[in-house]
Design a protein around this ligand. Structure first.
Ligand SMILES: Cc1cc2nc3c(=O)[nH]c(=O)nc-3n(C[C@H](O)[C@H](O)[C@H](O)COP(=O)(O)OP(=O)(O)OC[C@H]3O[C@@H](n4cnc5c(N)ncnc54)[C@H](O)[C@@H]3O)c2cc1C
Length: 422
């Protein structure tokens, strides 16, 4: 068994873990990130980089270089409700430096953060290395058990961060209690080609019995077809041709290209979960991002919340972690402080998502067979009449509750890399 020791070990190289790795390394903290995959090149995992995440890049002096990576600019979101196209959010009305969503593949985002983090001597990323357990002593987490390419590794750390996503292994190992808030929906993801004549811009199609979000990715549409929870089996039992017809009637624009759904491998199921840990920490361990609160895909806010958690964690813990005189036990009150800071944004956002699930999505899905077309709801009618109101949903989605700004200092002198202990 290989042994390593570091000040902070982050398990999970997603948006939460990588951003925290960058911020801590920048603050002079010796930081080791473990990622179980060999790279960041995974299939679609959300491409939205919101104005508040762009503000974080700006705080770090990285906005220009970040936006030099390939991305598409989304300034507005639209919905087509029973054939009537309306604008549901206008980000260009936000008074911020970056008043748009940058649609950037998640691997581009993570590669960028990794490249920046690696400029700091204290940062180390171990790919192909899976956290499988915690090292505990007297009720205090003291490190992580992992399996890397060369076999088992034991990493001693003063602080372990579980940023290992919504199926977090570490939070289960720690016995932290998950509160299931519930989601009555699942989502089927698929790609369909975009034609030059298609209207530009992301949004969705809402009609009796159907809800389909369409994300404009330049050359193709990333489609998210919302179904009732567990409905995939019935859909598959009806057959692929019936599913293609269903997609065509959900989004008539796409009718001429549903044949591109060649088989069920082209359709990925996202089993939607909305949950939250009752306590995000125990001595020596803190959960952030989806590991602390799995979000519904409504609003596409999961990445943003994960990044905001990372910023708050670095703001609160960075200076103490950078001070070698502060021991693991003294960090415990700060873990509680991170939860106190980030619980409200997670809770408020989930409450809004649950309300939309109940009051909009479920009635739409249950309206199948209804003869009368769905009307445009009154808040959206008001927004078409007074477009300035389109800034409200843009703020809720693009900035969200309690946006974080980087306050953790950049270290004057970087520390050394994680050291092998045998
Ligand atoms: C299909 C899909 C579409 C989505 N679309 C959007 C969207 O448009 N906008 C949006 O904001 N959000 C979207 N989301 C949600 C978003 O991806 C998450 O909310 C966000 O990525 C959470 O970040 P995270 O870092 O907390 O967790 P994750 O992104 O889940 O990252 C966790 C990382 O930890 C790694 N890992 C897991 N277990 C271990 C282990 N034991 N050891 C080492 N590494 C481990 C994983 O490989 C992963 O890289 C989508 C999610 C899915 C599945």
């Amino acid at each position: 068994m290989t042994g390593l020791s570091t000040r902070c070990c982050i398990v999970g190289g997603g948006p939460a873990g990588m951003m925290l790795g960058l911020l801590l390394a920048r603050a002079g903290v010796e930081t080791l990130v473990l990622e179980k995959h060999a790279d960041f090149l995974r299939d679609f995992r959300g491409d939205t980089v919101h104005p508040s995440t762009l503000d974080v890049m700006d705080d770090l002096g990285l906005l220009e270089s970040f936006l030099a990576r390939p991305y598409d600019k989304a300034e507005r979101l639209h919905a087509t409700i029973s054939g009537q196209r309306v604008t549901i959010a206008d980000f260009s009305r936000l008074r911020r430096r970056s008043n748009f969503i940058a649609m950037m593949p998640q691997w581009e985002f993570l590669d960028f953060v990794r490249d920046e983090a690696e400029r700091h001597a204290g940062f180390r990323l171990m790919l192909d290395c899976e956290g499988v357990g915690l090292v505990e002593q007297g009720g205090q987490v003291r490190g992580v058990e992992a399996v890397g390419v060369d076999g088992p590794v034991r990493i001693a750390a003063d602080l372990v961060i579980a940023a290992d996503g919504r199926r977090s292994v570490l939070r289960s190992c720690a016995g932290l209690v998950v509160k299931d808030i519930g989601a009555p929906i699942d989502v089927l993801w698929m790609r369909l080609p975009k034609r030059p004549s298609d209207p530009a811009g992301s949004g969705g199609f809402i009609d009796t019995g159907h809800f389909m979000a369409t994300i404009d990715r330049g050359s193709y549409w990333q489609c998210a077809y919302v179904i009732a929870k567990g409905g995939i089996e019935a859909i598959q039992a009806r057959g692929l041709e019936a599913f293609r017809r269903e997609v065509a009637s959900a989004a008539p624009l796409l009718e001429d290209r549903v044949s591109h759904i060649a088989d069920w491998n082209d359709v990925k199921l996202l089993s939607v979960a909305v949950d939250r840990l009752e306590r995000w920490w125990k001595p020596g361990l803190l959960c952030i991002g989806d590991a602390a609160h799995a979000m519904s895909p409504i609003g596409g806010v999961g990445i943003n919340l994960a990044v905001q958690d990372a910023v708050a964690t670095a703001n609160i813990l960075g200076p103490s972690l950078a001070d070698a005189r502060i021991d693991a036990a003294a960090l415990v009150p700060l873990l509680e402080k991170v939860q106190a800071r980030r619980l409200f944004p997670a809770r408020a956002t989930q409450a809004l998502q649950v309300a939309i699930q109940k009051r909009l999505l479920t009635p739409v899905l249950q309206s199948s067979g209804r003869q009368r077309p769905l009307g445009v709801p009154w808040p959206l009618r008001l927004m078409q009449r007074w477009p300035m109101l389109q800034a409200l949903p843009a703020y809720a989605v693009g900035v969200g509750v309690r946006p974080e700004r980087v306050r953790s200092p950049a270290a004057a002198r970087p520390r050394v890399m994680a050291q092998s202990t045998g």
